[in-house]
Design a protein around this ligand. Structure first.
Ligand code: SF4
Length: 268
């Protein structure tokens, strides 16, 4: 029996409004582990709230699963637009992140995307591993301590340090950089001004405003990695309230006008 029949770190492809058809790679595994515990997290319960880097999924298991996906699907490369490291928690917690990206690139010719919460960007080994990715998207949901604690509920990091490390990475990284910002309620004028000033300092290639459209799983379920987790019963899913589209539209226009950075948001 192949090891990947026990836990498959390759899932999807899922349809992403940001990246198209995205083949998911999960470097975290069966126990959801993250340095944040976002109120809207689609994974549901974060079972391990941690900043400790370790090897959760051996690189050879990912290599085997990806090779299997490619060998089973004759048109694998045509069926996907990107390969995305995300999955069951924060991918930069994986100590073998560099090795995983190198392995993916040895098998797939599609761009490698890493979706990160940015909380470990103070570590030079994390920043240097991320340099290998073609695209990096950093979650920047808050610019004030109050919002940071209420939305992301981070372990061991305060907003000023978080923003400083995101800024350092923005200076160093030469690939395509996006900031992803989940809007749960209309922002104050002060928060908007601080955010725009931060963007002007970092100048990412793109801003992606988002809404919590994916339902939150009430329990931990591996299927919650997917966009539309069919195997989860509707009674285990909790729909989240979304702000009206015009709030995203006007914030997006303000960002583009004040920074010149392309800003996208999901259509209703
Ligand atoms: S950073 Fe991502 S995985 Fe971690 S709690 Fe937030 S949404 Fe969930």
């Amino acid at each position: 029996m192949l090891k990947t029949q026990l836990f498959n770190p390759v899932y999807g492809p899922v349809q992403s409004w940001r990246y198209g058809r995205s083949l998911g790679i999960d470097p975290i595994g069966t126990c959801s582990t993250c340095s944040f515990d976002c109120v809207y997290c689609q994974l549901g319960v974060i079972e391990r709230h941690s900043r400790k880097r370790e090897i959760f999924v051996p690189t050879d298991l990912i290599q085997e699963a990806l090779a299997q996906y490619y060998s089973e699907s004759g048109q694998a490369e045509d069926a996907i637009d990107v390969v995305t490291l995300s999955g069951s928690g924060e991918p930069t917690l994986a100590l073998n992140l560099r090795e995983i990206i190198t392995t993916i690139k040895s098998i797939s010719h599609r761009p490698v995307v890493v979706l990160t919460n940015g909380s470990l960007l103070n570590q030079s080994q994390v920043r240097s591993a991320l340099m290998l990715a073609d695209r990096v998207a950093i979650k920047v949901d808050a610019v004030s301590e109050d919002l940071f604690q209420r939305i992301n509920r981070p372990v061991g990091i305060e907003i000023d340090h978080f923003l400083e490390h995101v800024r350092t990475f923005s200076d160093e990284y030469s690939g395509h950089l996006a900031f992803q910002t989940m809007i749960l309620s209309a922002w104050s004028i002060d928060d908007k001004a601080r955010y725009i000033s931060f963007l002007n300092n970092c100048m990412p290639d793109e801003v992606q405003l988002n809404l919590p459209k994916r339902p939150k799983s009430r329990l931990r379920n591996l299927e919650a990695r997917e966009n539309a987790p069919r195997a989860i019963s509707p009674s285990e899913l909790q729909a989240l309230t979304c702000v009206k589209g015009d709030i995203l539209e006007s914030f997006s226009a303000l960002i583009e006008q004040s920074t010149g950075i392309q800003t996208r948001y999901p259509l209703p």
